[in-house]
Design a protein around this ligand. Sequence first.
Ligand SMILES: CC(C)(COP(=O)(O)OP(=O)(O)OC[C@H]1O[C@@H](n2cnc3c(N)ncnc32)[C@H](O)[C@@H]1OP(=O)(O)O)[C@@H](O)C(=O)NCCC(=O)NCCS
Length: 157
Amino acid sequence: MADTDTLILEPLPADDLEELAVTLREADLPHQDLVGPAKRFFCASIAGEIVGYVGLEIGGADALLRSAVIFIRSRHRGHGRSMIERLLAVASESGIERVWLLTSSAPGFFAKLGFADVNRATVPSALAASDEFSLPACASAVCMVRELATTPSATPA
Ligand SMILES: CC(C)(COP(=O)(O)OP(=O)(O)OC[C@H]1O[C@@H](n2cnc3c(N)ncnc32)[C@H](O)[C@@H]1OP(=O)(O)O)[C@@H](O)C(=O)NCCC(=O)NCCS
């Protein structure tokens, strides 16, 4: 992939979530619970043009992947895959060992990225307390998890 096609993932400042909220609402995803100390959102761009957003809610070595959205005009070109792979790399570099998610619309997409279906009861309590787990719209969502590879530098001697 040429440099100009490389997807860049950058943190969104906590006071700059308005456009994210609009995009999530249009995609029918939760958008009213974006502020909190454990919540991190990222903007994905290619050659300076924003193509989507994604977020993490962190609870120790576990994190909830949320708010994954690629703008309609930019879908079906592999950007969603690149964005999630980049996010998982960032999570792994931050010491996160497992990434969980709830999805109604895209279980097949996440399965292609190595996520496996899991019983909701196995979600760590710090993440299960997240607003997303109590939203009626997420009641029938599929719960999935992916274990992240431990980087050599993070392996205890
Ligand atoms: C889900 C979403 C992020 C995918 O983005 P995208 O850029 O179109 O996805 P990609 O082009 O990278 O697709 C990667 C692969 O997943 C597949 N895929 C994409 N969306 C899919 C879906 N909803 N269900 C099943 N498979 C899907 C693609 O066909 C492709 O398969 P391939 O590698 O065999 O060719 C995008 O459709 C979106 O923003 N949807 C609305 C919001 C949403 O549902 N987010 C998930 C919330 S948890």
